[in-house]
Design a binder for this molecule. Structure first.
Ligand code: NAD
Length: 483
């Protein structure tokens, strides 16, 4: 077996051991084996990283748009040159099928870097001409930004924040999830090889309360972009508010998939199943509450159960594998707890619900079969709380109003997908859904220019396109009087 690699912090352009001398294990979810030893960050490490970022701020803030865009493009080129390393590392670290990291995670990270390079070059701020003068908007960097990211889309979400933050002239301290630190480390290797100005990007590893919390609270940190669970988001918001830090929160979800009887049946089955089980149900946008018009319900459930079988977990390296592992043993325990709860709440497990038997190499992995549950009231805990695994519940509805009431009847409001061939209904329902995103007859079709974010307990603020550039900058109005 190969030795676990060491993942130190990256501060002021150098890899640095943790001040407290503590390291923790990073496990591969598909095998349960230790693949890395990770620096256990503390307030002392955070302070060093924030001070390095603050020292680099003035210089980077004065850099030209061309310099910033070129750095992002050069970084993208270096990641692309090591595409296989990044895809392998993400697959190993997050327990994802390699096919997914090769087609989704790493390509999207490249797109993030390139997109924001383009976006900042084409940026256009408002100006209003009036009779006796004009007003225009001038944007300046915010300062040191904290970027805190979860384990489900590690490099994808880190670059989603890093690219616009750097593009607008900010310096950053990133804190990736303690469960998936590997690709963030590889990205720092590439920044170092590029001779990026020291201190503009710093990386502190560690646990949420030990490294994330002091980062949010640090007085020199001016903005916090956080993606993660709703409970952690509430702590982050409470810590950031008294210092009036800019705050963007992308949090949990319990997204509905709505299927009307007039939907294109095959497309709806395929789309809803992918929305249910891609990344083993561990995408904040996954549709885990499936609402089906009653006349179609039984036929749809039968097709869903059949299609779910194509998402069973397997060797992550095999091209045909679509199902991965859950991120940790603890997370699988939590998901299995919901399976027991579902049965107590009166549900019937129609497929899945068990740990699959895989080859010896993967016997210690944190796998669970794709699971479909029916017969539950749509208001029960299983049907309304975020499970974040390969588990969906299916509920019948009779009318459009009932479908909307069920869809909106949860604390979350991130995304929804709906399936119908009635154009009027599609728009009518989409506009009434209490979510930040709605997909009609598709799922996870993304464009990096549009706003991304949730309502209710799914978050505050929007990222994407000009929304990211606005978040990572301060707007100043300058007014000129012409006599
Ligand atoms: P998490 O909240 O446990 O952790 C997210 C990050 O926050 C990690 O880096 C963690 O170390 C850090 N953290 C934890 N407590 C902290 C604190 N008190 N102060 C500062 N940092 C802290 O979430 P997770 O389990 O890693 O990710 C899964 C969650 O993320 C799910 O709820 C999912 O829906 C959500 N998510 C949301 C989006 C979105 O765009 N809305 C995208 C992906 C994931």
């Amino acid at each position: 077996m190969t030795q676990p690699r060491l993942l130190p912090h990256f501060i002021a352009g150098r890899f640095q051991d943790p001040a407290g001398g503590q390291w923790f294990d990073d496990l591969a979810p598909a095998t349960g084996q230790v693949i890395a030893r990770v620096a256990r960050g503390s307030a002392e490490d955070v302070d060093a990283a924030v001070l390095a970022a603050a020292a680099a701020q003035a210089g980077w803030g004065r850099s030209s748009v061309a310099e910033r865009a070129e750095l992002l493009e050069a970084l993208a080129a270096r990641v692309e040159a090591r595409f296989d390393d990044f895809a392998d590392a993400e697959s190993q670290d997050a327990g994802k099928p390699l096919q997914l990291t090769r087609t989704l995670d790493i390509p999207r990270a490249l797109s993030n870097l390139r997109h924001f390079a383009r976006e900042v070059r084409q940026r256009n701020d408002e100006a209003y001409h009036v009779e006796d003068g004009f007003h225009y908007v001038h944007r300046t960097p915010v300062g040191v930004c904290a970027l805190i990211t979860p384990w489900n889309l590690p490099l994808y979400l880190l670059t989603w924040k890093l690219a616009p933050a750097l593009a607008m002239g900010n310096t950053v301290v990133a804190k990736p999830s303690e469960l998936t630190p590997l690709t963030a480390h590889l990205l720092m290797e590439e920044l170092q090889a590029l001779h990026a100005p020291h201190g503009i990007v710093n990386l502190v590893h560690g646990l949420g309360p030990e490294a994330g919390a002091p980062l949010v609270a640090h007085p020199r940190v001016k903005a916090v972009s956080f993606t993660g669970g709703t409970a952690s988001g509430a702590l982050v918001a409470a810590a950031a508010a008294p210092a009036f830090k800019k705050l963007s929160l992308e949090l949990g979800g319990k997204n509905p998939s709505l299927v009307f009887a007039d939907a294109d049946f095959e497309k709806a089955v395929q789309g809803v199943t992918r929305a249910a089980f891609q990344n083993t149900g561990q995408i904040c946008l996954c549709g885990s509450r499936i609402l089906v018009e009653r006349s179609l319900h039984d036929r749809f459930v039968e097709a869903l159960v059949k299609e779910a079988a194509t998402w069973v977990p397997g060797d992550p390296r095999r091209e045909s594998t679509r199902g991965g592992a859950l991120i940790s043993a603890g997370h699988r325990d939590k998901v299995e707890g919901y399976l027991r709860l579902a049965v107590e709440e009166g549900g019937t497990i129609r497929c899945g619900g068990k740990r699959p038997i895989l080859d010896a190499e993967f016997a210690g992995g944190f796998f669970l079969e794709p699971t479909v549950i029916t017969g539950l009231p749509a208001t029960c805990r299983t049907a309304t709380e975020e499970i974040f695994g390969p588990v969906v519940t299916v509920h019948p509805f009779d009318t459009e109003d009932e479908a909307l009431a069920l869809a909106n009847g949860v604390r979350y409001g991130l995304a929804a997908n709906l399936w119908t061939q009635d154009l009027n209904r599609a728009h009518r329902v989409a506009q009434k859904l209490e979510t930040g995103l709605v997909w009609i007859n598709t799922w996870l079709m993304r464009d990096l220019r549009v706003p991304f974010g949730g309502v209710k307990d799914s978050g505050v603020g929007r990222e994407g396109g000009r929304w990211s550039l606005e978040f990572f900058s301060e707007a100043k109005t300058i007014t000129v009087r012409l006599d």
